[in-house]
Structures are given as C-alpha cells and as structure tokens.
Design a protein around this ligand. Sequence first.
Ligand code: 5GP
Ligand code: MN
Ligand code: MN
Length: 413
Amino acid sequence: MAYAFAYSSPDPNDGRFDNLDEIETSQETSGEKSEKSVQQHQNDDELTGIVRKTTGKDRYVAQNADVTGSDIKDIKQLFGVRLKPMKKDVQTEKTDFKSFLFGPRKKTAHPHSQPKIKYQQPDKVSTVDPDPNASYPNNFVLKLRSGKTRHQRGYHESVKPLPHDAPKKENHTRFVCVSDTHNEHDNINIPDGDVLLHCGDFTLAGKMHEITDFNRWLGEIPFERKIVIAGNHELSFDPKIMEGVKIAKEKKGYSRWGSYLEPILDKDYKSVSSHLTNCTYLEDSGETINGIRIWGSPWQPEFGGWGFNVPRGREILKKWDLIPGNGIDILMTHGPPAGHGDKVQSGMSVGCVDLLNSVQLRVQPKYHLFGHIHEDYGITTDNFTTYINCSSVNYQYQPVHKAIIFDLPNKVL
Ligand code: 5GP
Ligand code: MN
Ligand code: MN
C-alpha cells in the first residue's frame, strides 16, 4: 500500500493549498534541525520525495512523498505526520497531490485546438422555444450537467487563454476582448491586436464625463477597429431609463438615477451613443471585419432595475431572436448564457437560459463574448462555441483580469 502525506495543521488559514505540489504540516517542534531526503531512501525504493523538518519555523514539508512499509512508523515518530492511504487508481510512482486531494485534473483545450475536436456542427433550428426553466438558471444548469436537457454537446470545459505574445498566423485577425472596465480603462494592460472588442459596463452610471473619457481612451489605443456594446451600467444608453428620468423631472417627482442623468436630458438623450466617436457601437446590430461577422447586444436578465434589463423568458428571447441565424462568427452580449462564465460568488449560475438555447441551437457562433459576472472571468467551451467572460474588473471592481485574445482566419483576403 502506498501512502501520501496528509495535511494535519491546526491552523486552517495558513495557505496550504496555495501550492499543492508541496504539502505542509505545522507541528510543535522541539528537536534540532533534521532532514530526511530522497537520497537516503532511493536505493531501497521505500521512500521517494523529500521530507524535511525545520526547527524554528515550526513546519514540516512532505514533497511528492510516497512511502511504503517500515518508513511509515519512522515518519510518524519523527515528524508526527498523519498518513492517509492513497486510492488505488491514483497510485503512481510520483504522487500527484492535486489529483490525490481533488480528483483527476480537468482536461483543457486550447482555443486553437478547436478544429481538432471531433464534434460536428450540430443541426441548426430556425426558432428557439421559450425554455420552461428560463427563470431558474441554476436548476437548468444542474440538468444540463446531468444530460437531462435537449443539449447534446459537452458541458463547460475550461480552456487555456492564448498567451498575449503568441505569434499571429498570416491572414488572421487578432481580437482583443475586454469587458466591465468600469472607468478603469487607463489601468488595464491591453495587448497588441487588430480589433478591440468591449462587452459593456465601461462606465459606472453612464454619465457624460465617463462616456467622453472612455471615448478619449478608445482614441488613444492603437487598433484598426474597436467594437463596443453597452452594459447595464450605461444607464443613459437605455431610452427606457432616460424616459423615466424625463418624466420624473417634468412631474418634479423622484427618479433613482435623476442626479446622474438629468444633465444628459438637456442634450439629445436619444443619441448618447453618438458620443462614442472612436469606435463602432453595436446595439442589436452587426459589423463585418475581414469577412468575420460580429453581432452585439446589450440586454441581460432583470437584476436590480439597471439599464437594458429585461424579464427572463419570452421577453428576453425576443431580443435574442434579433441575432441573425445565418453565420455570425462572434457574438457579443453583456451578460453570460446559463452555464458559462455565469457563476456568482455563492456558486449559483445566473446566466440567461434562453441565450444559451439561442447560441447552441440557432446562432452557433464560433465565439460568444460577454462580461457582467465579474467573478466568473475565464474561457469555457461546449466543444463547438468558445465562451469568453472577459470582465476586466473583479468582484471588488479592481482591474485585475487580463484581456483575452484569439485569432480567426480572415474570410476575405
Ligand atoms: P454589474 O453591477 O457590474 O453589472 O455586476 C456586478 C456584479 O453584480 C456581478 O459580478 C455579480 O456579482 C452581480 N450580479 C450581476 N447580475 C446578477 C444577477 O443576475 N444575479 C446575481 N445574483 N448577481 C448578479
Ligand atoms: Mn460590471
Ligand atoms: Mn453588468
């Protein structure tokens, strides 16, 4: 029987899982410094790895240790380490502690490895029915995982991002994706590329000075093209919100957003997006670059009464029905679809069920980009579409997430 060292620290906050290649254990130590190393035991093959005891620092380290036979007793006595039998299927010459503690590693696919995956493009439908689980995205996602929905494709595998310095192939366009910059645009490191894609929430409240400062930044960054959509924080871009502010002002009533947005009422509030002069602004509309078709849409399921909020179900499905079903390559929405990049801090999925249905069954883009749920930044795939949550800020609105890049072959030379 092979054994791995198990952690037995009395202190749960000592960051022991920060580096699982090195399992540590804190114990009271009284003796002098002693060290037991791999060399001592390599010959009899009883102990591999390194076991180290350091006085003063009060800690033991068992690194890649896999022990058998009489050493168990020795080690227990010497170091007081609790030993745990390893499961049969993880018995390897060199213990993989991550697998031992958390199960086998997830396989990851690189975005560029996509063409190698055997999945065929599934049959397309021309219309998507409202989903009975539309209001319960978390339940929907649980069903999705257990294969109890009409979706036949793989669920939520994570994908490694392409490094920013990866060389670009000839006749390809490099897209650089960001979202949710929330006025932090100057503090985000933007890699080189051909087209910048921003999935909304570039301001905190859609105030005019926020819009003009974002537009100034767009003018400074060196991209051939920049494509931007709005998010729920671009309040002034949503005519419904502005109508509410206008009516409240006329009737001298209260408006939640009045103090932010009243100055915009004096200008032509119906064309606030015209202040974004240094990009192409998409709102239920598309753009084609080097033959690559892009569609942008700001809507998200109702949450908190912000901009572009729409009730889940039939109403939001109508917005997704505006996305063409005939060959969109890159879909940009502000919010995520259910099950991809949509987990909030509690671990609950809050993405849009009807958006996932529309993406998987009807639109079938190569890439679906979004933000909105800052804490689930990253890339996933269903083995046909690559889903990118490119939120630049984290849950605390700090600009800590890297821009995500990908390349697509040009369709026109
Ligand atoms: P924002 O206000 O920038 O649009 O979103 C910020 C955060 O609000 C997200 O990172 C997420 O934690 C939370 N949030 C946004 N939409 C939803 C939602 O529909 N449900 C829940 N539970 N949280 C949300
Ligand atoms: Mn946001
Ligand atoms: Mn948002």
